[in-house]
Design a binder for this molecule. Structure first.
Ligand code: ADP
Length: 317
């Protein structure tokens, strides 16, 4: 069984339209709309309580929306005949029966979706659990349970995959493994949605990002654009700071002195700064673009300031 991008006529994607979900007085998801497309890892980023898990559970038919709808490959989850063949998910790795052996757990899932035993062995090998497949899950570490959850998600070779905070509880080797797996699944043309509350994690994993705050979409953009938005200034070291500073200011840049004679330049990119220096025969010893730290950037985008959000959307579009 092998998934190939473009095979058949199905477009593998997730569509969320005007989704609203309340739990009593709590508005968990608020008129949320987005589309997750194939061939890239889409990060679902937001602080704890932003509504990421609720959205994922709704996509998988585990929660009923108050209004709006979610579709996988153009269908509601309940309309999908053999769900594991279309959408695989890892939501809560600990939600497995501890008394069962890993292979039996997967075999139950497989039988319900008309998947043979050979595929169970295949996915257990793929996630590195081949050697412990006959052990009871109760004795597994959280990292091993995460791998088992990934095996379950991959079982039906689906074109759409959802992972909710998959790196939680993993050691550095496990984190690297899951990052590479997600990237390779996207590279095969699958649709991959992965949630995290950590900007630093998303920056290493996702190509595209949906930022959620208080149940709403704060912004949707490419990871590269998001990071570029937080570029602060260019740090310039030169033996002639006064001369270069004046030339840059004349070209419209804002130039501030740094304590050791270096310059902080905004409003002029490194290429232009280098060109201006070269034109005047001024040596440049360092030219470094500086960004806000990922965590600072994250706090900024999940801040409630509507004015700021409007600014971000304008600048990244
Ligand atoms: P995230 O995954 O981004 O951390 P969640 O979707 O888990 O966010 O939660 C969004 C909000 O909905 C939170 O305020 C949370 O407390 C609330 N919530 C989530 N699930 C339930 C539930 N089953 N019952 C009541 N409130 C819930």
């Amino acid at each position: 069984m092998c998934f190939r991008a473009g095979s058949g006529s199905v477009v593998h994607m997730i569509e969320v339209a005007e989704l609203t979900k309340r739990y009593g007085a709590t508005l968990a998801v608020d008129r949320l709309s987005f589309t997750v497309r194939p061939g890239r890892v889409t990060g679902f980023l937001g602080p704890n309580g932003a509504g990421k898990s609720t959205t994922m559970r709704t996509i998988l038919g585990l929660d009923t929306p108050n209004s709006g709808r979610t579709l996988v490959n153009g269908k509601r989850y309940a309309q999908i005949r053999w769900p594991l063949h279309e959408v695989g998910a890892l939501l809560d790795a600990a939600a497995v029966h501890g008394g069962r052996r890993a292979a039996d757990h997967l075999y139950c899932l497989a039988r319900a979706n008309r998947i043979g035993r050979a595929r169970v062995s295949e996915v257990l090998e793929q996630v590195g659990l081949g050697g412990v497949a006959r052990k009871r899950i109760g004795g597994y570490s959280l990292g091993m349970k995460q791998r088992l959850g990934v095996a379950g998600a991959l079982l039906g070779d689906p074109g759409v995959l959802l992972f909710d905070e998959p790196v939680n509880g993993l050691d550095p080797e496990g984190i690297r493994w899951i990052r590479e797996l997600m990237r390779s699944l996207a590279g095969e043309g699958r649709t991959v949605l992965v949630s995290s509350h950590l900007m630093s994690e998303m920056a290493l994993t996702a190509d595209h990002v949906l930022v959620l705050g208080r149940g709403r979409l704060v912004t949707e953009t490419s990871m590269a654009d998001l990071l570029a938005h937080f570029r602060r200034d260019v740090f310039v070291r030169t033996p002639k700071p006064a001369e270069l500073g004046a030339a840059l200011a004349a070209a419209g840049a804002t130039v501030l002195g740094e304590p050791d004679g270096a310059l902080s330049v905004t409003g002029c990119d490194p290429v232009k700064i280098g060109d201006i220096a070269a034109k005047r025969g001024i040596s440049v010893h360092e030219l470094t673009p500086r960004s806000a730290s990922l965590e600072e950037a994250y706090l900024e985008i999940t801040d409630e300031s509507v004015q700021y959000r409007a600014g971000l959307e304008e600048s990244v579009r």
